[in-house]
Design a binder for this molecule. Structure first.
Ligand code: PMP
Length: 398
């Protein structure tokens, strides 16, 4: 009966994690999956989260189903982080926000919404992008294409090509954008470049879908949301998916949000209703624990401040690792240019290693990164950085 069902080859990133766990090499280093590890190589539990969880544990309140859209405090937290405190569009009730099952859940509900209400729209993702973007949108029966983004030869954004490509798209086509900390390349647009891209989007009446999974890991909470806030100021109908997986280190709790900024409050009511209906028909309502943590941490002034400090601590550690890696590589391979390592933002660096070099790192040194050369810089620490840098030198030298 089920013989005709295809085998699933597995997710390349999650599969790499399994391979890493099974590797007996005592020196192995996991730079594959997009998880922040602290200076001792452990996934942190943020102090602000510990306090919130203590409060939740002490309350021993019943755990009813949450509303389809999640907790109001969770939704408000998404809006304040993304659009800023007292943002005009929010005050004018033009933003429909639901709490979602991680950033992935937000992308999925957003994709279903587009499929249902904008059936002619195609979705364009950056070349390259996080692989699941393609799977999620294609899985909602949306035709997915790519737009030019990264030039491996010069380790920079193909900005002119990107802009010209956008101007060839049709009205209501969706362009999936990474407002900060581009995954997988780490290479972001400047604010001036965002201004130009958003003008083209406005002129050609495209729908910007901004996927922000690393807010706070680039420059700071506000600067990282520049593209989102600018698009809203320009009056664009913006979709935003956000994730708290990384910036609250709450990966397994699956917390995120989907916001759609509408031209009028009436449209926001309609959109919010349809988002609720989609949630009801897919998973009914989100899980509550992570939602309570988000609500408590983000809406308690003192905890919020503490959280910002902890996020910036993670950001700064990653930046320090970038500098350290770059300086070893430059010292050992002076003929090569490694400036790109510190020009990139967030957890990832596109190292430009060939698939063969990536494979050698894995088989000879037990160093795991994605075959497209993406390294998770947050997996580096004082104990493994020299090992990794020297191994990179080994595979890079000819
Ligand atoms: N978007 C991007 C760009 C991501 O990198 C990720 C996580 N890897 C997500 C969305 C999904 O976030 P979550 O893990 O919260 O589902």
């Amino acid at each position: 009966m089920f013989e005709r069902i295809d085998y699933y080859a597995g997710d390349p990133i999650l599969g790499l994690m399994d391979k890493f766990l099974a590797d007996p090499n005592p020196n192995k280093v996991n730079l594959g999956i997009g998880i922040y590890y602290d200076a001792s190589g452990k996934m942190p539990v943020l102090d602000c989260v510990k306090i919130a969880e203590q409060r939740i544990a002490e309350s021993t309140a019943p755990r009813p189903y949450l509303p389809m859209a999640g907790l109001p405090g969770h939704r408000q937290a998404c809006q304040e982080l993304l659009f800023g405190k007292n943002a005009q569009a929010v005050q004018e009730n033009r933003v429909a926000t639901i709490a979602t099952i991680g950033g992935s859940g937000a992308l999925k509900v957003g994709a279903e919404f587009i499929h249902q209400w904008f059936p002619q729209s195609k979705c364009y993702v950056s070349d390259p992008t996080w692989g699941n973007h393609i799977a999620i949108f294609a899985g909602s029966d949306i035709e997915v294409g790519t737009y030019p983004y990264y030039d491996s030869a010069s380790n920079s954004v193909k900005f002119d090509e990107m802009v010209s490509f956008f101007s060839t798209l049709n009205r209501n086509d969706v362009v999936l954008l990474h407002p900060c900390c581009h995954n997988p390349t780490g290479m972001d647009l400047t604010q001036a470049q965002w201004d130009t891209v958003l003008e083209v989007i406005q002129k050609h009446e495209l729908i910007p879908f901004m996927d922000i999974a690393y807010q706070g890991f680039g420059e700071d909470i506000d600067s990282d949301a520049y593209a989102i806030r600018k698009a809203v100021d320009m009056g664009l109908p913006v979709f935003v998916s956000n994730s708290f997986s990384k910036n609250l280190s709450l990966y397994g709790e699956r917390v995120g949000g989907l916001s759609i900024v509408c031209p009028t409050p009436d449209e926001a009511v309609r959109v919010f209703g349809q988002l609720n209906f989609l949630v009801r028909s897919i998973y009914s309502s989100p899980p509550s624990h992570g939602g309570y943590v988000v609500d408590i941490v983000m809406n308690d002034e003192a905890l919020h401040q503490q959280w910002m400090g902890e996020v910036y601590g993670m950001r700064d550690r990653i930046k320090a690792m970038r500098l350290a890696l770059k300086s070893v590589l430059e010292a050992k391979l002076p003929e090569r240019n490694f400036d790109y390592i510190t020009r990139q933002n967030g957890m990832f660096s596109f190292t430009g290693l060939t698939p063969e070099q990536v494979a050698r790192l894995q088989s000879e040194f037990g160093i795991y990164m994605i075959s497209n050369s993406r390294m998770c810089v947050a997996g580096l620490n004082a104990s493994n950085i020299d090992y990794v840098a020297n191994a990179m030198v080994e595979v890079l030298k000819v």
